[in-house]
Design a protein around this ligand. Structure first.
Ligand code: ATP
Length: 237
């Protein structure tokens, strides 16, 4: 049964590769304007969950709904049109293109300083003529995030925004996500290795261990349960 006001609703999802289930019987929700962290050790199944939501892999069982509509049989491209924007951990940017050319691909006029893409990260305007391959890791991630926000998602899936970045950079990026979700009522599902930074901006969190849900709670309560998080991250459950 679809829940009112819930952008993403997953019920009993089982998903994986070549008939081997990586995620089993996962249920979770993300409401409009909510930031939800999906946590767990390497290999716990976080990326697989995001791939199932964005339609890159087909679930073996379970239901995924966006604003109450079942996504079974809806292609990845059609899911993008329905407002699902997925930022994978390789960031999906083109090293040979400049910052401005990336926004141009997304339909934003190249010279527009006020354009949404630059509004979130003014530094990108300064760097607009630089090729993405020459940007620092943090600047590349800003670009990936800004491109995602420009598309005005209903559901934003962020996979390891922090990969390869210093915590101080992550500390600058995550509040932008929090602020954007609140202002635009976008639902955000955030996979993150910097657990404590993620829980600082998240409303709620789910913890996966070996493909199964081991905890679901408010971010504040999960943050206090360091024993649970440490165990999940060591993959000992
Ligand atoms: P990480 O932070 O390491 O990406 P994760 O929680 O996102 O961890 P997944 O990427 O979902 O984990 O991977 C879960 C399991 O699925 C791992 O054992 C991985 O080897 C396996 N796996 C991932 N991608 C594929 C694939 N394309 N084909 C087969 N197995 C895969």
């Amino acid at each position: 049964m679809a829940l009112a006001g819930t952008t993403l609703e997953i019920e009993n999802l089982t998903a994986g590769y070549d008939r081997a289930a990586v995620v089993r019987d996962l249920s979770l929700t993300v409401a409009a304007g909510e930031v939800v962290a999906l946590l767990g050790a390497n290999g716990a199944g976080k990326t697989t969950t995001l791939r199932a939501i964005s339609g890159l892999i087909k679930p073996m069982a379970g239901t995924i709904r966006l604003n109450g509509a079942d996504l079974a049989g809806v292609s990845a491209t059609a899911r993008v049109r329905r407002g699902i924007v997925h930022v994978p951990h390789d960031r999906g940017i083109f090293f040979g293109l400049t910052v401005a050319e990336h926004f141009h691909l997304d339909g934003v006029p190249q010279a527009d300083e006020q354009a949404a893409g630059y509004e979130h990260f003014p530094l990108l305007y300064e760097l607009r003529h630089r090729r993405a391959g020459l940007l620092s890791g943090g600047e590349q991630q800003m670009l990936a995030l800004a491109r995602a926000l420009v598309r005005q998602p209903k559901l934003l899936l962020l996979d390891e925004l922090s990969l390869g970045l210093a915590p101080i950079i992550v500390e600058r990026l995550l509040p932008v996500v929090r602020d954007f979700a609140g202002r635009t009522a976008t639902a955000v599902l955030l996979v993150e290795q910097h657990v404590h930074l993620a829980l600082e901006i998240a409303d709620r969190g789910y913890v996966l261990s070996h493909g199964e849900l081991v905890a679901a709670d408010s971010a504040a309560r999960l943050g206090e349960d360091s024993a649970l998080l440490a165990t999940s991250y060591l993959g000992e459950q």
